[in-house]
Design a protein around this ligand. Structure first.
Ligand code: ZN
Length: 166
């Protein structure tokens, strides 16, 4: 289902501004004007982004570059977003920090797709100048539908590549 991009902006708290996006990122997407996002810390919640296409990626990358924030924190990155982070150089600017992202899972027993949220410094640690990237998935993770054991529904090496970038 096609759903155009919309967003909620919560009032600024201190130097932090929070944006929550909904829908698809594509050629019709209108991002909020960077001049209206004048803050040191910008938090972007991507929980409700369902699809992003190649023209959407271009628009996103351009928008990211124009943002005045010193730090951009991305929360709840969905699998389509994570896939782009892995493929497209420039999708994440240097000042972007991934706070949380989803890993897709699949249950063979009841044929159900699901996703598990990974939290920074709890379930994963991105690469730093001192240490390598770390990901720990507590297994087995029971299916929320039937309680059987779920399996990761992606190639782990490729999916977690973005954590090893810097
Ligand atoms: Zn199941």
């Amino acid at each position: 289902m096609s759903k155009s991009l919309s967003y909620n902006q919560t009032p600024k708290e201190g130097s932090t501004l929070r944006l929550e996006f909904f829908g698809n990122i594509d050629e019709n997407s209108r991002f909020p004007a960077p001049k209206n996002l004048n803050t040191n810390n910008l938090i972007i919640d991507l929980n409700n982004i369902t699809m992003i296409n190649s023209l959407g990626i271009r628009a996103w990358t351009r928008w990211m570059k124009e943002l005045p924030a010193k730090v951009i924190t991305l929360e709840h990155c969905t699998p389509p977003i994570v896939q782009q982070m892995n493929i497209v150089s420039g999708f994440l600017p240097q000042k972007a920090v991934i706070e949380s992202f989803y890993v897709p899972f699949y249950c063979d027993h009841c044929d159900t797709e699901s996703k598990v949220l990974m939290l920074k410094n709890k379930d994963f640690t991105p690469k730093t100048s001192e240490s390598e990237a770390k990901v720990s998935i507590k297994s087995p993770i029971p299916c929320s539908n039937c309680d059987a054991e779920r399996e990761i529904d992606t190639l782990e090496n490729k999916y977690f590549a973005f954590l090893k970038r810097r």
